[in-house]
Ligand binder design. Structure first.
Ligand code: GDD
Ligand code: MN
Length: 375
């Protein structure tokens, strides 16, 4: 059985049309609809009326607020072996539910994500360039820092289907942010994720309930999720150390060119490699004592150091190659080109350091592999 969980906060005018669309989409499918309702208007009465007409409709009224806790309360109340979460404002078309169910059954997926961003999908209803930019920026951040979120092109989706089994670890938690799918991908029992394309619709009545505070909550949620798996924590620390390295590099460069080398010809040409190498030493210190402290063996310090240096220089070369290549294809934005190069170098050097520089001598590192599949 499918338990469709619909969180509602003041959605009175959407309840009836949504119910009708769900009913015709699901046809003979065995299902229940659980409205987890925190409304302070007539929405509650509207749902109560429906639930007396159709026993498959259940009302879970709460006297608190919070989208995440509402969804998790819905998981707790669900009787089906499958759960689906959907917004009440008709931005999530119920018509694709059968497709989602079929994808789940055929691929034996733990999670099915309708995606706005995969081929065939459309983020249409994200109104305005700002919302769209925030959505894409948030997604980029999640996919950079949380590897579990890379299994789908739309980890921020509020619409998804999952086995009840996979959501069990979430019961009793109260996440800071409202991206429940991210929470599920990182904390849940999720091995296989499949996605189907869809078009995110315009909001039909009323405004988004999620304001600016949501952006801050989102960052806190991602930070919380980073600490769940050690691999994500490690990459985050590496990026953080790298950030301080850039600051050291720039500060030393500025110092050398302004005071110390005052009057020296070509001061910048001399200052640049000094500053860069100082930053490499700085980064090595922190990466060794923090980022990879569990793999560091003091008797192998020179081996770690030499490899670290080689990897860092490879990163520098890579940044330069990217710059050259971008210019060759006519992408002439010096600073932007350099930043893209740095981004790629960060990913590459992280991997090289993880797989080579800090590889324990005579030990093997076991990586938990997740099976991931696209549609
Ligand atoms: N029970 C309950 N309690 N429901 C709530 C609350 C609450 O405090 N706040 C919002 N909701 C309900 C709304 O009634 C709606 O059904 C759903 O949660 C989503 O709220 P919207 O106001 O429509 O959010 P949105 O359109 O800005 O964001 C949606 O799209 C995002 C992707 O762009 C959500 O689905 C997000 O989860 C999703 O990430
Ligand atoms: Mn919405």
């Amino acid at each position: 059985m499918l338990s469709l969980i619909i969180p509602t906060f003041n959605e009175r005018d959407n309840i009836q049309p949504l119910y009708e669309r769900v009913r015709s989409a699901l046809g003979a499918e065995e299902y229940e609809i659980i409205f987890v309702d925190d409304s302070i208007d007539d929405t509650t009465r509207e749902i109560a009326r429906l639930s007396t007409e159709d026993p498959r409709v259940r009302l879970l009224h709460r006297r608190e607020r919070g989208l995440s806790t509402a969804v998790i309360a819905g998981f707790g109340a669900a009787q089906g072996d499958l759960v689906a979460v959907m917004d009440a404002d008709l931005q999530h078309p119920p018509e694709i539910l059968p497709q989602m169910l079929e994808a789940q059954r055929q691929r034996r997926a733990d999670v099915v994500v309708p995606s706005r961003y995969m081929e065939g999908g459309n983020p249409g209803g994200l109104n305005g360039p700002i919302r769209r930019m925030l959505s894409l920026g948030g997604r980029a951040l999640a996919q950079l820092l949380l590897r579990e979120s890379r299994v789908t092109t739309d980890p921020m989706s509020g619409y998804f289907l999952a086995t009840r089994e996979s959501v069990l670890p979430l019961l009793g938690t109260s996440p800071k942010g409202f991206k429940i799918l991210l929470e599920l991908l990182v904390r849940g029992n999720v091995r296989r994720t499949v996605e189907v394309p869809y078009t995110f619709a315009e909001r039909s009545a009323d405004q988004s309930k999620l304001g600016w505070k949501t952006q801050v909550d989102y960052l806190r949620q991602v930070m919380d999720l980073i600490t769940v798996h050690p691999e994500n924590t490690r990459f985050f620390l590496f990026a953080l150390v790298g950030g301080t390295g850039v600051a050291v590099n720039a500060a030393l460069f500025a110092l050398l060119t302004s005071d110390l080398l005052h009057g020296v010809e070509y001061a910048a040409l001399l200052a640049s490699p000094i500053a860069s190498n100082a930053a490499i030493v700085w980064n090595f210190m922190w990466n060794t004592t923090i980022t990879w402290r569990d793999r560091f063996r003091s008797e192998h310090i020179w081996r770690h150091a030499l490899r670290y240096l080689l990897v860092s220089e490879t990163g520098t070369l890579l940044t330069w190659l990217v710059l050259v290549m971008l210019r060759a294809v006519g992408f002439h934005y010096d600073l932007l080109d350099q930043l893209i190069g740095i981004g790629i170098a960060v990913l590459a050097t992280y991997r090289l350091n993880d797989r080579w520089t800090y590889l324990p001598v005579g030990e093997t590192v076991l990586e938990p592999e997740r099976s991931v599949s696209r549609r």
